[in-house]
Structures are given as C-alpha cells and as structure tokens.
Design a protein. Sequence first.
Length: 306
Amino acid sequence: MSFARFGSVSSAMEWCLAQREAGKTIGFVATMGALHEGHLGLVRRSVSTCDVTVVSVFVNPLQFEDPGDLERYPRDLDGDARQLKEAGCDMMFTGTLPEFFPDSIDEMGSLEPGTLMSPGPCAHGLEGVSRAGHFIGVATIVHRLFEVVSPTRAFFGRKDYQQALIVAEVARRRGAPEIEVCPTSREEDGLARSSRNQHLSESGREAAVVLSQALACCDAQWRSGVRAPEVLQATLAAPFKNAPGVRLEYAAVRDATQWTAGDPSEPLENCVALVAARVGPVRLIDNLILGEGETCEIPRGAGLRA
C-alpha cells in the first residue's frame, strides 16, 4: 500500500472507513508532530501488529494554557511525513480545530464548553495540578480522534504516565479501541525522548539527565527493599538539590495499580515514581515503575480511584 497523506479530517475518515470495510485492522498513533524515535517506535509496533497504521499530527490548542507555548511548539509536517513513510506508516493526517469539531465552534473560534470531555479521576494531582485544563484537552481530542479513525488498537508511550491512564479511561468509556502502552523511549544517557528536548541548550541538555538519574536512584532504593513512600519520595527528590539550572516541580511516588491524587501513606507493593522539572525554560517529565525496568506496562484497570 502506498503512503497516503491528508490535510483534512473528512478525507482521513473516508480512508479509514474504506480500510475497515475491507476487513483490515487499524493501528493508530496520535501525535503532535515533531516526531522522534519514541514516536517512530510506536509506529513500528503498530505496523508489526495491525494491517494498516494511521498517524495523526495535530498540535492540539486545547492542551495549551500558554499561547506562547502553543506558538513555540515545533512543527515539521514534511519531515514527519518522510519519517512515517520510512517507518511503514500507511496514512498520516492533520486538520484544524474547526475541522475536528465542525458544529461546536463558537463565534470567537473556541470550542463550546459542552463539547469538552471529562478526563476522569486520573487527572487529579501532579500534572493535573501543574497544567490546569490540560487533561480536559487531551480527553476531548483523543475521544474525537478515536471517532475519526475508529482504530482496532491505539499505541501510546509511557513517558506521559497520567495521560496514558486518561487515554485508557476514554477508550474504556467508548468500549474501544484496545490501548497498548509502550515503554518510554530514551537517549543513550537515559533522557526520555521528547519533542521539547530540541529546545534545550547545550548545558540544559547535559543537566536534563538528572530526571532519569533521580528515577534510577529511587529504583535502586526499591530494589534494596525500601517500600515507605516518604523515603522513596525523598530519594527521588534528592538529586535535584545539586542540579544547577534545573527547577524541580514535583518528585512523587504513587501506587502503580491504583492512581491517587495525593501521596500514599502506607507501604507500597507496586510503585511508579514520577518527576517534573524545568530545565531553563523547558518543562520535562519522566517516570519509572520501580523494580520492573522499562519493559512494564500500566496494569489493566489502573487508576480508577482519585
């Protein structure tokens, strides 16, 4: 099959409908573009397990509080298309907010409040506090993307841990698609791959590895038998005290099988460590399920209690 590229939502819907009518399974990867190896790993996973693979490239304005951050977000549609074709993707599409929601845009060009989707209880705490409204935007566009593509299976990275939980909740409400959460893709020095990494200065890039180093320290504590959340959390935060140019936003642990808004108080049997920090002007996040390395996935049914 030749690579198809569409600049409209309606064309993408027609293409996907034709694939389903032909009895093909559709794998889907939702992106905001500026693709890197992490995205391409998801695409290759889809190619290996589904008949056709679809990728959306849409910088969703609903996910941005700061208009400047939206404006600065890197964009390279032609470059994205070349990489996707090489990775075996069958179709890439983009669109505009009015195209995704043709009957729900008000006179100011904004999405009407009644169209917004609740992200559910997994939006409480951590990223939900740091980025107010972000997860509403995520849930709203992911629900719409699932309507457009109607995929058999959708692939997401584990770097955005809370987001992956919310996506799973959106899929659960709809009854489809099947969600596969894939391991975080990392550079050789451990830094989690992100489109935002390209905005790091040379010194910032060197300093940014403290996120993965802090996770490794916490993982070592866990492997030594530590289960007290306050001890694990202190271990996670400690490396940031001697990290010039890095401002820690949070270093937290949660039960990996049951999301909670606040810090756990009892010893943990399963644990995910999560960090967010600003390296210069760039905000980075990362996480690790302790004791299980990078091959583990978010457990089925995780995150149903706030």
